[in-house]
Design a protein around this ligand. Structure first.
Ligand code: H2B
Length: 97
């Protein structure tokens, strides 16, 4: 199982993840992606779903039209781990952002 990041590791990881922020009152990170239209948003979600399944690490997310809201945390660890950082980086790459 992945181990929780320490305070310094978490701070450092966040510095490199532009667009991502800590969730209030919860050890999790969040980001909103806004695409051109629904098709772009859902295409992104489909690509992320395949990557997430390969990683065995899954986002909490919702979609309204062209907006995708994402929260990442590691449930088993009760906080943020390297897996959340990796998935965030993968999502940014797949979003082209
Ligand atoms: C059994 C399976 O490996 C676990 O339930 C995995 C699946 N995906 C997961 N995703 C996330 N975000 N956190 C987890 O702890 C987690 N655990």
């Amino acid at each position: 199982m992945a181990t929780r990041l320490g305070d310094d590791e978490r701070r450092q990881a966040l510095e490199h993840l532009t667009g991502w922020a800590m969730v209030e009152g919860r050890e999790a990170i969040q980001r909103r992606y806004v695409f051109r239209d629904f098709s772009e948003a859902f295409g992104f979600m489909t690509r992320v779903a395949l990557a997430a399944e390969r990683m065995d690490h899954h986002p909490e997310w919702s979609n309204v039209y062209k907006t995708v809201d994402v929260t990442l945390t590691t449930h088993e660890a009760g906080g943020l781990t390297e897996l959340d950082v990796k998935l965030a980086q993968t999502m940014d790459r797949l979003a082209g952002k």
